[in-house]
Design a protein around this ligand. Sequence first.
Ligand SMILES: Cc1ncc(C[n+]2csc(CCOP(=O)(O)OP(=O)(O)O)c2C)c(N)n1
Length: 281
Amino acid sequence: MVKAVNGQLVEEINRKAAAMRRNVIEMGYVAGDRGAHFGPALSSIEIVASLFFGVMKYDPGDPYLPDRDRFIQSKGHACLAYYAALIEAGFIPKDLMYTFKADNSFLSGHPSRNMKYGIEISSGSLGNGFAVACGMANAAKMKKENHRVYCLVGDGECNEGLVWEAVMNAAKNRLHNLIAIIDRNGVQLSGRTADIMDIDIEAGWNAFGWEVLVVEEGNNAAHLLDALIRMKDSRSGKPHVIIANTIKGKGISFMENSLSWHARPMNKEQYEHAIADLENG
Ligand SMILES: Cc1ncc(C[n+]2csc(CCOP(=O)(O)OP(=O)(O)O)c2C)c(N)n1
């Protein structure tokens, strides 16, 4: 059951999420023929917005703040959602977004570590970011630091062996300061997750000793915020995972649940259609 969460905060997260979706479309469009991962970014907007504008502690004026919470986007191909949040949070100047995927731009097609702009690690090789997040949480625990590590993982990404090594390691080390969020949109690069590897993610993480919470409406900021607060307040001593059931391409009618919008270029007509979808809510 969803606890009453702060309504004003949810409104603010939804405002940021709307701005982030617009940023995603603008950046993806300027990439032109180089294309962009629209679907993977759009499914995760509310997750990333709830983290950055609902629970995480950070200071864009002091990116190295020692006790900042860390965000690791393990599904790095969805970097548009990450950049969109960093723009709204004040880390990345807004005009720079028009350099997405341009030559010599730091806004590359997968995140490249850049602490000035709030990017903690380079990611994109699936499984790797999550393993690094576990290592960061372990280091923080050993050093008795108080911050948390939040990590966004894809459901297809959970097919990677490296994920399961890290899952076991985090449970063994009782990394209570680690919160993973799985963006369960059900669609991978070349097929549906259920067709490619039909694993019971919930049972798996639970069996390996994690505290598991499923958010049925993973594009609902109030539900996500409630789950994040529960995990933050939990005294289980276990690492935590939130499995959020989302919609790939969420918010753009012709992208929703579509395999073909995993990654591709967007033409002018599609851009105008996407902007109209966002404006009509
Ligand atoms: C180790 C590795 N293998 C393959 C890829 C290519 N790849 C990029 S995205 C993707 C699918 C990811 O699916 P999922 O984790 O479900 O994320 P979604 O796109 O649905 O958000 C694949 C296989 C990669 N980035 N890294």
